[in-house]
Design a protein around this ligand. Structure first.
Ligand code: S3P
Length: 436
């Protein structure tokens, strides 16, 4: 499905965005491991998260969908307890969702099950060695096809490990901690950078003993009691808010308020970088929900200057680089991104695809092995561009279409539903001209 966009004159309004994707996956998985009934509202009804629901059902959890529309769903999850999952009768299809596959790998590794995890072609190109290796060290039998899916896991009888993660990654950390729930003895993960910490927060809320032991290391003790059920309202996803946020920064005369966003500092690197570039963004009404810090974001059109992004900031904005590149095309002088080689193994090679597609619109980008540079400001021109099967690239290109001269068509934009089901509705609501 292609999306067509026309240049916007101004973007205004007060909006919310759908629930946090990372939390939506985790809520379903972890509630399935609790003994009693959990209730999750404002859950993200996106393709990737449905893959997790189907996976947990295939493993024996009962998940009822009480209501759903584009903006959110309400789920009741009847957990089966830590030992209650069973082997599915066929391979589990994780669709395009890396989070589903990698976190699930950690769970099934700890149980006496025989599970094959597979998915769409794009997912089957992504590296799984990064979770297979530590899970094998803990004692699971994990087979991959040259380090990629399908992944067959025969789990059971794990021992805790002390593992130095080679990459700062929320998914690898979570897979190891989840396996640690079932292991004998403590598990320690040592992270080289501040990867998202939603797993730690949720497991703690379920009664699991987790401690930060310094320098990014976390220690988990296997629980002696059943996990507590969850009652959560999932806050808005900062990674989804990034699209209207940057659209309003770039389209003149815009003023937008985005309410109830998860502003967990492991996720908001983009905010720090944009503010350094001169963006007028303010946070108000700080509060807490689902064990996460929430705030409302207010943004106004702003003149931006180029910036350097590297080190720990990269993992704190790992999903935001396609849309960040769009912002950088409008910034004075050079923007450079380093230490971001992980972008090459996301839904697509995000360095290559972002550079290639934005070049079609007249932007000046140069790829590097571990990042890219952008020379701005460049007036963009409408073009026919392609998502390359990547939901975040599709949305970033749509935002670029709002500031380009003439008409922009984003091909293969149906993938937006993988993470942001109401994206076009939201764009129309704030004043953009979009047609499907
Ligand atoms: C996620 C972690 C990140 C991120 C992904 C979601 C998670 O992946 O890119 O969209 O929910 O843990 P990595 O851990 O591979 O960096």
């Amino acid at each position: 499905m292609p999306l067509t966009l026309k240049p916007a004159t101004n973007l205004t309004g007060v909006i919310t965005v759908p629930g946090d994707k990372s939390l939506s996956h985790r809520a379903v998985m972890f509630a399935s491991l609790a003994k009693e009934k959990s209730r999750i509202s404002d859950w993200l009804p996106a393709g990737d998260c449905w893959a997790t629901v189907e996976a947990m059902r295939a493993l024996g959890a009962q998940i009822d969908v009480l209501s759903q529309d584009e903006t959110g769903a309400e789920l009741v999850i009847h957990g089966v307890g830590l030992q209650g999952l069973k082997s599915p009768d066929k391979p589990i299809n994780c669709r395009g969702s890396g989070t589903t596959m990698r976190l699930l790998a950690g769970i099934v590794a700890g149980l006496p099950l025989d599970v094959t995890l597979t998915g769409h072609e794009g997912l089957c190109r992504r590296p799984m060695q990064r979770v297979a290796r530590p899970l094998r060290l803990m004692g699971a039998d994990v087979q991959t096809r040259d380090g990629r899916p399908p992944m067959r896991i025969r789990g059971g009888k794990l021992s805790g490990i002390d593992y130095e993660m080679p990459i700062a990654s929320g998914q690898i950390k979570s897979a190891i901690l989840l396996a640690g729930l079932f292991a004998e003895g403590e598990t320690v993960v040592r992270q080289p950078g501040p990867a998202r910490d939603h797993t730690e927060r949720l497991l703690q809320a379920q009664g699991v003993s987790l401690a930060s032991i310094g320098k990014g290391a976390i220690r988990l003790s296997p629980p002696q009691q059943p996990l507590r059920p969850l009652t959560l309202a999932i806050p808005g996803d900062f990674s989804s808010a990034a699209f209207p946020l940057i659209a309003a920064l770039l389209v003149p005369n815009s003023h937008l308020k985005i309410e109830s966003i998860n502003v967990n500092s492991t996720r908001t690197g983009l905010l720090d970088v944009l503010q350094k570039m001169g963006a007028k963004i303010t946070l108000s009404n700080p509060r807490e929900a689902a064990g996460e810090p929430l705030a409302d974001l207010e943004v106004q059109s702003s003149a931006l200057r180029g910036v350097e992004v590297q080190g720990d900031t990269v993992v704190r904005m790992i999903d935001e680089f396609p849309i960040f590149a769009v912002a950088a095309t409008q910034a004075q002088e050079r923007t450079i991104v380093r230490d971001a080689a992980e972008l090459r193994v996301k839904e697509t090679d995000r360095i290559k695809a972002t550079v290639n597609e934005l070049r079609k619109m007249g932007a000046h980008l140069i790829p590097h092995p571990d990042g890219f540079e952008v020379h701005g400001p460049t007036p963009l021109k409408g073009a026919v561009v392609d998502s390359d099967g990547d939901h975040r690239l599709a949305m970033a290109l749509s935002v670029a279409g709002l500031i380009a001269k003439g008409k922009t068509t984003v091909k293969n934009a149906g993938v937006i539903g993988d993470s942001y089901p109401g994206f076009t509705t939201m764009l129309k609501e704030i004043g953009a001209e979009v047609s499907e």
